[in-house]
Design a protein around this ligand. Sequence first.
Ligand code: HEC
Length: 110
Amino acid sequence: MFRLFLSAGLILFLGSGAAFGSDSQKLFGAKCAKCHGKDGKGVEKLAKTLKVEIGKLNLTGKETVKATDAALVKVTLGGRKKMPKFQGKLSPEEVQGLVQYLRTLSGSSK
Ligand code: HEC
């Protein structure tokens, strides 16, 4: 019969696909900067609120630079102490992108 052209409309809906990678900066601004600051050095006010040392919020310091990508991905997904977990909120790929972005903030990208 002439059903063929009905399927063409459906195909248009399938092309949306998410934009990845270069969006890490935006994602960081939206999800992480509140505590870690846009520059990754930590937000003083949040350190007070959370009762943590500002150094804990600094993602550009020695400790973070020394940590492996895998370790940082794990902390971001699983959380640690006052660091909220992002498992289920961000995909592992998004978190990997964020860790790469952190490396650029500390000038330690490999
Ligand atoms: C509610 C505030 C808050 C938000 C939002 C937040 N963090 Fe954190 N983050 C923390 C705190 C507090 C720590 C320190 C945890 C500790 O004491 O071990 C931390 C630690 C980390 C560490 C470990 C650093 C290291 O050297 O081991 C990474 C990596 C990290 N955060 C990444 C992120 C990313 C990526 C996001 C956004 C997706 C994010 N954080 C959002 C509060 C936050």
